[in-house]
Design a protein around this ligand. Sequence first.
Ligand code: APR
Ligand code: PHB
Length: 393
Amino acid sequence: MRTQVAIIGGGPAGMFLAHLLRQAGIDAVVLERRDRAYVEGRVRAGVLEQGTTALMRRLGLAARLDREGLVHGGTNLSIDGALFHIDLAALTGGSTVTVYGQQEVMRDLFDAAEARDLPILWNVGDVALHDLDGARPWVGWTGDGVARRLDCDFVVGCDGYHGVSRAAIPAAVRQTFERVYPFGWLGILADVPPVEHELIYANHERGFALASMRSATRSRYYVQCALDEKVADWSDERFWDELCLRLGPEVSARVTRGASFEKTIAPLRSFVSEPMRWGRLFLAGDAAHIVPPTGAKGMNLAVSDVIMLGEAMAEYYGERSTTGIDGYSARALARVWKAERFSWWFTTITHRFPDMDVFSRRLQVAELDYIRGSEAAQRVLAENYVGLPMEVR
Ligand code: APR
Ligand code: PHB
């Protein structure tokens, strides 16, 4: 079997890239370790930057997004129960974000892939990358117990943090940078109306909380928890009580409680692996970098990577120019590090750190109070929150 671009992993990075390459007339095959139901079933964040919605439109994937996505021109911060609003649109010259779950994005990507006959190989095992430093790389894998081979011009590792692609870059070349946070997020989904029509990022003495949503009738809530806590220790009642304490009496009086149908704990991590290209291998999305979920940059960052990579490949096949692919790693990393900085900063000012002394807590409160009172500070937050330019051409 032969193709131009072998894409390892069919998450957001891999599937957006597959659609981008198809639009550019470049052949690609996606190799995914799991099945569609598994990939589509994973509950992740749900805030799309404008660059992401613009790409969905350009790729003809936005029909349902335009009907069902919730456009937010603002967001809220809360400090010890006192809420204040950030007018994202006014601060950024009209930019907004759209609340639309990653599960919905995946469904749209897979439905369109089926309609467009994009080749996806499901349930592939033992993926191994070969001859990446030569002119003719290939991917080995097993399907139905049989060893198979895919020859290609390029391999793109879109196989997430736990994938195999990143490790194919020799250790002598690869540098990794990491921060592991001493807490996790316990998240629930419940079919109750959201407490507020826009999100609330709450810093409370007891820890961080986030009020988000999926629709007018479905809420997504999170509370910061310790890393050794178990989901089983968190009854719905305990969750709602803790959430309400952290949102404060005024907001929590409006919280509608209900049975949760999803409850998981996720760790928080900042991680970058450099470079994002080695020979004929390129990395995109979580395979190269992780951000903590504060600010919901994860999927948006995967999208900005593959936009740059798609352009670079179109340039290579269309004009036989290697300028784009040679510049990909540096160009992608420049944007990645800015999103890393923002996600780290937003996490730092909103969470309770176990070793936090009174001095650090006072600084945190002062920083949030400064944001409340300063249009300049709000604009910095807003510009990053709605997303730095993705240059969708
Ligand atoms: N072979 C083939 N596929 C693999 C392999 C492998 N060895 N290892 C992992 N995969 C698949 C996974 O099953 C998954 O579907 O690669 C995909 C990676 O998807 P994500 O982890 O979602 O990563 P990415 O596409 O970069 O998305 C980034 O989306 O899921 C969120 O938290 C993530 O917000 C981040 C964004
Ligand atoms: C979510 O709705 O799941 C969500 C929203 C905003 C975030 C993180 C997660 O920053």
